[in-house]
Design a protein around this ligand. Sequence first.
Ligand SMILES: Nc1nc2c(ncn2[C@@H]2O[C@H](COP(=O)(O)OP(=O)(O)O)[C@@H](O)[C@H]2O)c(=O)[nH]1
Ligand SMILES: [Mg+2]
Length: 259
Amino acid sequence: MDEFEQWKEQLAHWWRLGLEYVHQVPPTQLYVAVAVLVFTTLLLLSIRLFKRAKSNTIVLTGLTGSGKTVLFYQLRDGSSHLGTVTSMEPNDGTFVLHSETTKKGKIKPVHVVDVPGHSRLRSKLDEYLPQAAAIVFVVDALDFLPNCRAASEYLYDILTKGSVVKKKIPLLILCNKTDKVTAHTKEFIRRQLEKEVDKLRASRSAISDADVTNEFTLGVPGEPFSFSQCVNKVTTAEASGLTGEISQLEQFIRENVKT
Ligand SMILES: Nc1nc2c(ncn2[C@@H]2O[C@H](COP(=O)(O)OP(=O)(O)O)[C@@H](O)[C@H]2O)c(=O)[nH]1
Ligand SMILES: [Mg+2]
């Protein structure tokens, strides 16, 4: 008990000393000190907010076999790593694009995630989409027609996600495998996807009363669907992961992740 009393006495003493000291300090100095403290706190907070707003994450997705993994390696290493890759795990990496490694000056690294199109792994998408600066939806331009329906359903799901619509995340429809002459053009693919999404729109709104899974609706009611009706910017481009012709993809990435 005695010890406790002593402690209290000591604390009270220090408190008095502290107060005396503060009184001795000219008020202007005190104000300046407080202002500096408040200013630095605000500065640190705003830097944090600013950083979070400027994401560098690019989500690469699309059906299995469209060529995402090959594109991922092309972006990172400038080679396709053919035959050594599997499609089960998401590839996830932060790097300076291979084509930019020879450039001088400070280049901002890009965070690229390759999210597989397996339906049981699509929950991964919900994890990555909210932090995405942009989305690349990879389409197999060679084997397009048999997969058109499935690709449209997947695309529909992405374009109606709350995280995508609210943040207006830009989306690139990347028609891959254009190294083969039998590949469909991006204009053709875009038109077919629009037609298919239009059909989906009708069927999904008919059943949505009981089973609401899509958070937002697409397009303008009564008008044929077109990607230009989306609140987020939807563009198309061509690429070949196999031969490394990915300049349009790299340009899209750089438009959305500033150096
Ligand atoms: N011709 C051609 N084939 C490609 C191209 N990109 C990928 N492929 C082939 O498509 C298959 C699937 O590629 P992969 O990257 O594993 O697709 P993922 O399932 O989307 O990750 C592989 O057999 C690749 O060799 C391309 O640009 N041109
Ligand atoms: Mg893969």
